[in-house]
Design a protein around this ligand. Structure first.
Ligand code: CO8
Length: 294
C-alpha cells in the first residue's frame, strides 16, 4: 500500500537554497523562498503560491508510481502550509503528461490492481485538496495526463496543447476520471468521440470551445497566467476560497436543491468569520481588505 511521509516544504527547502530559478522557458524568473527537488517533480514556493512542475522529460512526464508519490507528498505539504493560498501544476512545453506509465503498468494483474487500489491512492491527495490547484498545460495531456489536468480546479492551455484519452488504443479505458470528468466538461458526444476513438487530436482551441479549459495562451505565457490567477486567489480570504471550492465541487455530487442548501449554509457560515467583517467593512470604507484567514 502506498505511503508517503510529510516533509514540510519550508524545512526541506533549507537544504536547497535557490534565490532565483527559471523553470523551463516560461519567460519569467520566479524569486523563490523555498525549493525542494524530488526526482520527478520540482516544487517552488513563490509568495503565497506553490508551483509544482512535473519533471520526467525523457518519458514525456509519464505518470509512474514514484512521480505520484512525490506529487502527493508535495501537494500534502502545500495544502497543510498556512502560508500557501493556491497551487499551480505544470509540466514541460512538450508534455504536461503523456499518461500513466504504460511500461510500468503493462504486466499488472487485476487482483493486484484491485487489492492494492491501484490509481485510487495516486489520486486520493488531489481529491482531498482544500486549496485550489490550477493546471498550466503545454504539449501532451493524454490519458492520465488529461485526467490529472481535469482533477485540477482551473485549466489554462498553451496554444500547442493537445488533449486526448487514448487508453482504448492500448486495450484499456480511462481509469482516473476520463469517462466522468471529461463527459461533464465537454458533453457526451465529444467525450464518446475522444474516448472511443482514442484520437490524440483535441487542440487547445477546441478544448476552450468545449469548456475543458478556461483560456488559451502563448506557450511561454501559460504558466505566468496560472501564477497570476493563483496569486489573485491567494490574496482572497482562504476561508471563502475553500468554502467556494467545496460548494462548486459539491455541485457535481448532489441534486440542485441539496447543492443550493449547502451553498446557503456555507454562505451563512462566512458571517462567522472575521474575514467577512473585514471584506465588507473594507468595501464600505473604500480600502483594500487585509484578510487574516480567520
Ligand atoms: N508511458 C511510458 N512511456 C511513455 C509514455 C507513457 N504513457 N508516453 C511516452 N512515453 C515515452 C516513450 O516510450 C518514449 O520513450 P523512449 O524515448 O525511451 O522510447 C518517450 O516517452 C518519447 O515518446 P515518443 O518517442 O513516443 O514521442 P512521440 O513524439 O513520437 O509521441 C506520444 C508522443 C504521441 C505522446 C506517444 O509517446 C504516445 O502515444 N504515448 C502514449 C500515450 C498514451 O497512450 N497515454 C495513455 C496511457 S494509459 C493511461 O494514462 C491510463 C490512465 C490511468 C490513470 C492515471 C492516474 C492519473
Amino acid at each position: 500500500m502506498f505511503k508517503f511521509s510529510l516533509r514540510p516544504i519550508s524545512r526541506a527547502a533549507s537544504s536547497v537554497p535557490t534565490n532565483s530559478l527559471k523553470i523551463g522557458s516560461f519567460g519569467a524568473m520566479y524569486s523563490t523562498k523555498h525549493s525542494h527537488n524530488h526526482k520527478f517533480i520540482v516544487t517552488e514556493v513563490v509568495g503565497k503560491v506553490g508551483l509544482v512542475k512535473l519533471n520526467r522529460p525523457k518519458a514525456l512526464n509519464a505518470l509512474c508510481n514514484q512521480l505520484f508519490v512525490e506529487l502527493n507528498e508535495s501537494l500534502l505539504a502545500l495544502d497543510n502550509d498556512p502560508k500557501i493560498g493556491a497551487v499551480v501544476l505544470t509540466g514541460s512545453e512538450r508534455a504536461f503528461a503523456a499518461g500513466a506509465d504504460i511500461v510500468e503498468m503493462k504486466d499488472s494483474e487485476f487482483v493486484k490492481n484491485y487489492t492494492s487500489g491501484f490509481l485510487s491512492h495516486w489520486v486520493h491527495q488531489f481529491e482531498k485538496m482544500r486549496k485550489p490547484v490550477i493546471a498550466a498545460v503545454n504539449g501532451f495531456a493524454l490519458g492520465g495526463g488529461c485526467e490529472l489536468a481535469m482533477m485540477c480546479d482551473i485549466i489554462y492551455a498553451g496554444e500547442k496543447a493537445v488533449f486526448g484519452q487514448p487508453e482504448i488504443v492500448i486495450g484499456t479505458i480511462p481509469g482516473a476520471g476520463g469517462t466522468q470528468r471529461l463527459t461533464k466538461a465537454v458533453g457526451k458526444s465529444k467525450a464518446m468521440e475522444m474516448i472511443l476513438t482514442g484520437s490524440i487530436n483535441m487542440t487547445a482551441q477546441e478544448a476552450y470551445q468545449f469548456g475543458l479549459v478556461s483560456s488559451v495562451h502563448p506557450v511561454d505565457k501559460v504558466v505566468d497566467v496560472a501564477m497570476e490567477t493563483a496569486k489573485t486567489i491567494s490574496n482572497r480570504s482562504m476561508l471563502s476560497v475553500q468554502m467556494a471550492k467545496e460548494s462548486i465541487n459539491n455541485s457535481f455530487e448532489v441534486p440542485l436543491a441539496s447543492g443550493l442548501k449547502m451553498e446557503r449554509t456555507m454562505f451563512h457560515s462566512t458571517f462567522a468569520t472575521k474575514d467577512q467583517k473585514e471584506g465588507m467593512n473594507a468595501f464600505a470604507e473604500k480600502r483594500k481588505p487585509a484578510y487574516k484567514n480567520e
